[in-house]
Design a protein around this ligand. Structure first.
Ligand code: FDA
Length: 300
């Protein structure tokens, strides 16, 4: 029920606009690393001092206006330049709908090409975040086209989809982030029961660790993390073949602990004004995240 409520809120355009207008004060700053490149780079530098690398998300999604998509492209290229200039350990995460997938496929492809080409000049990796099912196959198509020319791209497989198993086999030669899935999907397409989603995530992780290129295990779930730790020991998986990932602001102690234990660790660092949808999805995943927000509002 609460999940549906927050997912509904995440898609409400009016609330999204109001949130942007009335600023950053609703508590989002605990989970969003600032509204501009300078603030974000400071956060990345701080995480780098702990041996944590970062994947940077210049927040934005479901763009329906060409100007807005072109502006997003410009901003992401600015982030690529900032990563290079500041020599920080970071790469990019982006969403195809931010770059115009809902406007026109070819327009989106051109925008992405420019971004991927610029990142390629600096050897910076670009991760294509995965959105809801209606964008899954068009996003794979974009990746297929771009990978004819570039190898600095990878994507995400969401374990709630029944078809995730076919997709992971098809994309095993890519660097993949494996997650449970954050959108509301129907029973016809996706597991609804948390136990099925978790079980499938473990299966996907094990498959990609054994057969894939590089695995980003993106979860805050210590049951899954502990399982993976045992699995990599039992199967002698080298540390260079995988990393753990978590979102900025969540389970900070566990993030530091894993980095200290010597695992590659990457924090997903979102920044920018368009934080509303991202933030509501985090509340949908875990209503207890409201605690973070309340603490922030009262400055505790
Ligand atoms: P989940 O929410 O299932 O929680 C499982 C258990 O872990 C909880 O019961 C609790 O015990 C513990 N736990 C979780 N969070 C905790 C907290 N904050 N404090 C204490 N305990 C906690 N999705 C998508 O569809 N497309 C994408 O591209 C991405 N990208 C992405 C990147 C990264 C880096 C992450 C971490 C996640 C994503 N996701 C995503 C989101 C993902 O699909 C999923 O919705 C969330 O990660 C929530 O699932 P978890 O596996 O983290 O734990």
């Amino acid at each position: 029920m609460l999940k549906d409520f927050f997912i509904g809120m995440s898609q409400n355009e009016l609330l999204n606009k109001m949130a942007q207008k009335y600023g950053f004060k609703l508590g989002a700053q605990s989970v969003v690393a600032g509204t501009n490149v300078k603030e974000m780079i400071e956060s990345v530098k701080e995480l780098n001092t702990h041996g944590i690398s970062c994947t940077i998300d210049n927040l934005g999604e479901f763009v329906s206006d060409r100007e807005e998509a072109l502006e997003a492209k410009k901003q992401i290229i600015n982030v690529i330049e900032a990563i290079n200039e500041n020599n920080v350990d970071a790469h990019i995460s982006l969403k195809a709908t931010q770059l115009g997938l809902d406007i026109d496929y070819g327009f989106c492809l051109d925008n992405l090409k420019e971004i991927v080409a610029r990142a390629n000049e600096y050897n910076i990796f670009i991760n294509f975040d995965m959105e809801d099912y209606s964008h899954l196959h068009p996003s794979f198509d974009l990746i297929d086209e771009l990978s004819r020319e570039y190898s600095n791209i990878g994507t995400v497989i969401q374990s709630y989809f029944y078809e995730s198993w076919e997709n992971i086999k098809k994309y095993k030669n890519y660097r993949l982030r494996l997650v449970k899935g954050a959108y509301k999907e129907p029973e016809t397409l996706a597991y609804q029961d948390k136990r099925d989603i978790d079980r499938n995530l473990i299966k996907l992780i094990e498959y990609h660790l054994l057969n894939g290129k590089f695995t980003s295990i993106a979860t805050h779930d210590h049951h899954i993390i502990n399982h993976v730790k045992r699995f990599i020991n039992e199967n002698n998986i080298p540390k260079e073949k995988f990393e753990f990932q978590m979102l900025y602001g969540f389970r900070k102690d566990l993030q530091l602990e894993l980095a200290k234990e010597g695992y590659n660790f990457c924090t997903y660092v979102p920044f920018g004004d368009d934080w509303y949808g991202y933030f509501m999805r985090r509340l949908a995943e875990r209503p207890q995240n409201l605690n973070l927000m309340i603490k922030q509002v009262f400055n505790k």
